[in-house]
Unconditional design. Structure first.
Length: 530
């Protein structure tokens, strides 16, 4: 039997089993482990349905990014007797058939051959390569190129060209209750299942060894806690929202391998893993960096070795689970964060729950849901108006008028000339009708719609912008570190200024005095306030 770390190494991106090929030996232990861990995803179900419905002459494109699992699905189905005869599979459209041809020429050859074949052509292809072929493919395949262009532009294409995109089947789903990740959760549960689990068999064998890997065993036991799995998923979701980290199947497996088999305990691996693509993004969410009176006091007390009987009881409980009693204060905080929803010992760690709260993500999910599931009810409208009036509109107005503090609620600063500030009065509010018409649906953001006079302004609102707007309302003034996010607000401000410049009334402010200039229907200007 393999050592436990060797059994887990199949998850690593450096493993020869990280990418499926047609020549792998299906009898090896590694292949048995890989087969056991395979999860049927929603895109695979859609792919199977497309294969069943396909007619000779059809082309099915399985599209996505590198590492998202295209080859896993294609390798599995190309071996099935039901599809082996019916379909021609091309697993990777970035490859060519010979050193003298490139990927575009290979696809040209593939399509030309397909015209004479009595089969269904199935291709695994990256989105980038699709775009390249639409531009550079042979004109003899114009109908295919046109279908690809239609797909990339979100249009309906030819009936006999089917496109299944991994991006249409996101790893995370937002609903009224918050976020969920069915595929990730199913994988974690299968990895740690208490019975009929080839991975756990290797774990149990490891525990019997005199020279067992103690930290690895502790990490696996810790990861087997469903509440810990949910916290890890929460961190992955934060990385997707805040850091725009795209989560492929291969990246997820390598991340879990890093958590379990990394250099330290799981709770340190997840927050200090700069050598792992995903963990390097999660470092920013390290709970040890949260500044609160309670956390600061804990770090100081542990650093000074002050007595705390309740903490000592928790340390004893943790030692029974194999966790050493000499951890640094930061490591304990990371562990407490992962265990924040777990009952353990005297529950000393629960005292940090309020410090670990991430209210902006919960609120973002709620507002996201309001936009994408708008039902037109008065209750729904009321909830949306609260977001717009108390967060979005309030933040934009405050940011726009940051250098003109005397302006009133509906007045927007436009420019300043020799100490004279120019402003306009605008009706700036939510645009419910546009929200109702919106069809774009991405977990990473929602579109905020504003009505400015008779014009509509759309603002793509991600978690970073959402959080920044909340902070602006609370009195925060953006600085250079907010540059990548504040540019989105600046674009809205520019649009507001364009609309304000065309209004019939302007306000001029200078040294405490206020003047109002109105352009009437006869192109005559009326000035008041003199």
């Amino acid at each position: 039997m393999l050592r436990f770390k060797s059994a887990l190494s199949i998850l690593s991106k450096s493993s020869p089993y990280a990418v499926s090929t047609l020549g792998q030996n299906a009898q090896s232990v590694e292949d048995q482990i890989k087969e056991y861990l395979f999860i049927t995803t929603d895109i695979e179900k859609a792919f199977r349905k497309a294969l069943d419905a396909a007619k000779f002459g059809d082309i099915i494109f399985l599209c996505g990014s590198s590492g998202d699992g295209k080859s896993e699905i294609l390798t599995r189905y190309c071996k099935m007797p039901a599809f082996k005869e019916k379909c021609t599979f091309h697993l990777d459209a970035t490859h060519s058939f010979s050193p003298t041809t490139n990927a575009i020429q290979t696809l040209d050859t593939l399509f030309a051959k397909h015209y004479n074949d009595n089969s269904v052509l199935v291709i695994g292809i990256n989105i980038g390569m699709l775009g390249n072929y639409a531009q550079e493919g042979a004109e003899a395949h114009f109908s295919i190129k046109q279908s690809i262009s239609d797909f990339l532009e979100g249009k309906e294409g030819s009936d006999n060209h089917v496109f299944l995109d991994f991006e249409q089947f996101p790893k995370f789903v937002l609903d009224k209750a918050g976020h969920s990740a069915a595929f990730i959760k199913a994988f974690m549960q299968k990895l740690t299942a208490p019975s009929n689990n080839i991975i756990r068999d290797h774990f149990e064998h490891e525990k019997t060894l005199h020279a067992r890997d103690k930290v690895l065993c502790v990490n696996y036991e810790l990861f087997s806690d469903e509440n810990v799995q949910d916290i890890v998923i929460e961190l992955l979701f934060k990385a997707r929202l805040v850091k725009d980290q795209f989560l492929t199947a291969r990246a997820l497996l390598d991340f879990v391998f890093h958590l379990l088999a990394g250099p330290s305990y799981l709770f340190d691996n997840i927050f200090t893993g700069n050598d792992n693509e995903i963990a390097s993004k999660i470092v920013e969410f390290d709970p040890a960096n949260i500044r609160s009176q309670h956390i600061d006091k804990f770090i100081l007390s542990r650093s000074l070795g002050l007595q705390d009987s309740a903490f000592n009881v928790m340390v004893e409980t943790l030692s029974l689970k194999g966790i050493e009693s000499t951890l640094r204060p930061e490591s304990y905080l990371r562990l407490f964060y992962l265990l924040k929803n777990t009952e353990l010992g005297n529950n000393y760690h629960h005292s940090f729950k309020d410090d670990f709260q991430q209210k902006s993500i919960v609120e973002f999910a709620r507002v996201w849901y309001l936009h994408f599931h708008f039902d037109g009810s008065d209750e729904h409208k009321k909830a949306l108006r609260h977001y717009y009036r108390h967060i979005a509109v309030a933040a934009i107005h405050k940011y726009n008028n940051r250098n003109a503090s005397t302006l009133e609620k509906k007045e927007f600063f436009i420019s300043e000339h020799n100490g004279f500030q120019v402003a306009a009065e605008l009706e700036f509010k939510e645009h419910i009708a546009e929200i109702e018409k919106n069809i774009e649906r991405k977990t990473s953001h929602f579109n905020s719609y504003f009505k400015v006079g008779k014009k509509v302004i759309k603002l793509s609102t991600n978690i970073n912008l959402f959080s920044l707007m909340i902070r602006i309302v609370e009195g925060y003034r953006p600085n250079k570190y907010d540059k990548s996010t504040i540019v989105l607000l600046d674009e809205v401000i520019d649009k507001i200024a364009d609309i304000a410049n065309s209004t019939q009334t302007l306000h001029i402010l200078h040294k405490g005095s206020r003047y109002k200039i109105t352009n009437d229907d006869y192109e005559e200007f009326e000035v008041s306030g003199l």
